[in-house]
Design a protein around this ligand. Structure first.
Ligand code: LP5
Ligand code: MN
Length: 240
């Protein structure tokens, strides 16, 4: 069984080498996998299925083709595309996954997450996260005209970029306490997540037992990486 995992592609709504890279991925390596996990921030932002399905029609079509051919596709929302909904899931042939979710990778229980929820020292972000995941806030946002939603999303991206310049680097990483709690609660020894843009394989010790935290890489036009799980091995692969 081959499983591929990827996150943080941040595909823009305009033509881009990243979008071409993702379409090459779906037409290439993805075809010989049995399962694919998309672990958040696949899209630069998602302001509703009504708009996203049009902006990303090519990607949605390619995902659907893949799922029709029998590849199981799973989609976990990130902090940019948490407004992905059932219409997207249906059109793209993906199953929506809760964050976090426990799966088995070649028999090894593995916890999957986007990763933002573990950045518990970033209080301003956590406040925004709570607000933006509120059902009433989302319901009100969905009722705004498309141009207004695009403007708000653009403003939020601008604010996020500005705020990050003044935040100490370490508060934008996961906190050790949050990781320990997540692994303990799930009873697993392995966590795979993205979000932080700090790809690395971390060895940990939780309650005296060895554990690992695998951080997925974010995509750049000159470096598009995904993780392959096959035959009990995890391997980072690059798109050409
Ligand atoms: O995304 P990235 O990598 O830049 O930074 C993240 C955190 N930022 C975010 C914000 C997103 O980038 C914006 C996504 C837009 C989504 C579409 C619109 C949906 C609107 C739905 C409304 C219900 O996630 C950043 C973290 C960083 O990761 C590292 O972990 O630090 O956190 C922030 O920048 C948050 C700011 O510090 C606080 C933002 C407060 C904004 C308050 C505005 C309220 C107006 C509401 C209008 C709807
Ligand atoms: Mn993210």
């Amino acid at each position: 069984m081959t499983t591929l995992l990827l996150s943080d592609l941040h595909l823009p709504d305009q033509p881009s080498p990243l979008r071409e890279g993702f379409l090459r991925f779906l037409a290439g390596p993805a075809q010989s996998a049995q399962r694919i996990y998309l672990l958040g921030d696949i899209f630069e932002y998602w302001i509703g299925d009504d708009v996203g399905l049009q902006d990303y029609a090519a990607e949605v079509r390619a995902l659907k083709t893949l799922s029709t051919r029998g590849v199981a596709l799973y989609f976990m929302a990130g902090n940019r595309d948490f407004l992905v909904g059932r219409r997207f899931a249906e059109a793209a042939g993906v199953r929506l996954l809760d964050d976090p979710s426990l799966i088995e990778l070649d028999g090894v229980p593995t916890l999957l997450a986007h990763g933002d929820a573990y950045c518990t020292d970033d209080k301003a972000y956590l406040r925004w996260r709570r607000f933006s995941r509120n059902r009433l806030a989302q319901w009100s946002f969905a009722r705004l005209p498309v141009a207004r939603r695009r403007r708000i999303a653009g403003d939020l991206r601008g604010k996020s970029r500005r705020d990050k310049r003044y935040k100490p680097e370490d508060i934008m990483d996961v906190s050790a306490a949050a990781i320990t709690a997540a692994l303990r609660d799930s009873g697993t020894q392995r966590l795979i997540h993205g979000h932080t843009h700090r790809p690395a394989d971390h060895s940990l010790s939780i309650d005296g037992r060895a554990a690992e935290r695998i951080v997925l890489a974010d995509w750049h036009p000159d470096r598009m990486e995904y993780l392959q799980a096959e035959g009990g091995q995890l391997r980072r692969c690059l798109m050409t």
